[in-house]
Design a protein around this ligand. Structure first.
Ligand SMILES: O=P(O)(O)OC[C@H]1O[C@H](O[C@H]2O[C@H](CO)[C@@H](O)[C@H](O)[C@H]2O)[C@H](O)[C@@H](O)[C@@H]1O
Ligand SMILES: O=c1ccn([C@@H]2O[C@H](COP(=O)(O)OP(=O)(O)O)[C@@H](O)[C@H]2O)c(=O)[nH]1
Length: 489
């Protein structure tokens, strides 16, 4: 096995140094090899990084996570205001803990078994070992009585491991993806171990109240602890009470002001005009932005759009769908299959409907920087967020934030966390293709006054409930301060 050591900057970490630590599977930057063969740092994919990066930039703390490259040990380094502490993963760890147990067992299980989860004991063993490594890395650098905030399904065993190594620290956990109903969770051969891992946290946060309820119901069914409201009275095997762990909903959000500032910047506005003109100035631009993931309902959306072209309810030149499908988990089988399915569908629809001057679907298998994302949001008259299941979906919130002078329309799946907050979107069941087609036509034809009214209400929400508010509310609850949940800032 090849292993390289790369020192990026002066080591910034020492033992027992940090009062505040975030630990996530990923660091905010990924180490990749550039076209010239030299290593480069790129922003990591996904909404977890989008949400946590601004929180960490404004807090003096450390971020512990994997740097995205297998078989490499990287020394701790600083990036902007952030102190990053890489946890190395071998190629085998990546295969069994990340691609395997995290993304081929837990991810599909927690997302309504859209594809069948795979259960392998060797993957579980590796998940446990890697979780222990993360817990040890945190334990070494946490100051006495530090606050440690563990993120997401890849690290569900870390809270209990950390509690036993460092009973002095305050432990929060936030689950970015849904927590499944008991009837689905019960499939997991290691279900009790996962619950015990999570119960190591003083506060377990979820995107939706229904996720918290699902979690509490599994605790009642499988662990026998007393549950009173959101509080779980945890006891040890001998029945001696040990601590209280609470489960609460804390819906995540975005750095709203940053998106608004970008939408106002002359460069982004100019770029938006350029994109529209490059698309041939269609009357209506529809947009989809997702990691290429089977949870996102990309094929459902493309199918609905294709049928609208077949039916003559939309036409090429009048309407164009731009679909950003950023690369994700490319070595996991179900992701490979999805890519084939989506690209086959796009090819067929474009083949049937494109003209020499206009395309039906502009499909982009790329990852773009935030400036380009905001320019695309500004171009889009309609955005289609049709996830079959999604913890939150920050794209929906970013779109709303970017509509400063625009009057875009958000079509939003009811199976996203965002649907709880963005109630004035056109909400859809993406499995209902006829309903989805009608919703798309309703969005395209929506009178401006109606679109403005809906957008104004959604923007009010996004402005007051931003990501800073999310982290403050969670961390205040973790430290047991009195808070008024849901109060405006
Ligand atoms: O790290 P990857 O395997 O490349 O995946 C990217 C991230 O995807 C998931 O994001 C989730 O978090 C978002 C913010 O809370 C939320 O809006 C979205 O609904 C979730 O799917 C995953 O949970 C992260 O751990 C990954 O880093
Ligand atoms: O090319 C892209 C595609 C997506 N994103 C960002 O990736 C995040 C996706 O988060 P979301 O919660 O919607 O879904 P996730 O990928 O985390 O499941 C959002 O901040 C997008 O702006 C990006 O920066 N470039």
């Amino acid at each position: 096995m090849r292993s390289t050591t790369v020192t990026v900057a002066t080591p910034a970490t020492s033992a027992n140094a940090y009062d505040f630590i975030v630990v996530a599977n990923r660091l905010p930057v990924d180490r990749k090899i550039g076209a010239d063969g030299e290593p480069v740092w790129q922003r990591s994919p996904g909404g977890l990084v989008t949400a946590l990066a601004p929180v960490m930039e404004n807090n003096d703390g450390a971020w512990v996570g994997w740097h995205g490259a297998p078989d490499e040990t990287v020394e701790p380094f600083d990036q902007g205001n952030m102190h990053l502490v890489p946890v190395p993963l071998s190629a085998e760890d990546v295969e069994m803990y990340y691609e395997g147990f995290s993304n081929a067992t837990l991810w599909p299980l927690y997302h309504d078994v859209i594809v069948p989860p795979e259960y392998h004991r060797t993957w579980w063993d590796r998940y446990e070992r890697v979780n222990r490594r993360f817990a040890e890395a945190v334990s070494e650098i946490a100051a006495p009585n530090a606050v440690v905030w563990v993120q997401d399904y890849q690290l569900q065993l870390v809270p209990a491991m950390l509690r036993s190594a460092r009973p002095d620290v305050k432990i929060g956990f936030f689950n970015h993806i849904p927590f499944p109903p008991y009837e689905i969770f019960a499939q997991l051969p290691w279900r009790a171990r996962i619950l015990d891992g999570l119960l190591g946290a003083d506060l377990v946060g979820f995107q939706r109240q229904s996720d918290a309820n699902n979690f509490l119901r599994s605790i009642r069914r499988l662990r026998g602890h007393i549950v009173r409201g959101s509080a779980v009275h945890v006891h040890d095997d001998a029945g001696t009470p040990t601590h209280i762990s609470r489960a609460e909903a804390h819906p995540i959000s975005i750095d709203t002001q940053r998106i608004i500032d970008l939408a106002k910047s002359p460069e982004v506005q100019e770029r938006a005009k350029q994109i529209r003109s490059e698309l041939g100035n269609p009357d209506t631009v529809l947009l989809g932005v997702d990691r290429l993931d089977y949870t996102k309902g990309i094929a459902h959306r493309i199918k609905a759009f294709g049928e609208l072209l077949d039916d003559g309810r939309l036409s090429v030149g009048q309407a164009c769908l731009v679909q950003v499908a950023s690369p994700s988990r490319e070595r996991v089988g179900s992701y490979l299959n999805l890519r084939e399915e989506v690209e086959g569908l796009v090819g067929r629809i474009n083949g049937e409907h494109d003209t020499l001057s206009h395309t039906a679907i502009r499909y982009l298998h790329h990852s773009y920087p935030v400036e380009e994302m905001v320019a695309m949001y500004m171009v889009a008259d309609v955005i289609l967020v049709t996830a079959l299941r999604d913890g939150m979906n920050l794209v929906a919130k970013e779109y709303v934030a970017s509509q400063d002078d625009q009057v875009g329309v958000l079509v939003l799946s009811e199976f996203t966390g965002a649907a709880d907050q963005l109630r004035h979107a056109i909400q859809v069941n993406p499995h209902d293709i006829d309903g989805l087609k009608d919703a798309i036509v309703q969005a395209v034809e929506m009178p401006e006054a109606e679109a403005k009214r809906r957008m104004r209400i959604m923007r009010r929400h996004i402005l007051s409930q931003d990501v800073t508010r999310w982290s403050e509310t969670f961390l205040r609850s973790l430290s047991n301060e009195e808070i008024e949940v849901g109060a405006e800032k």
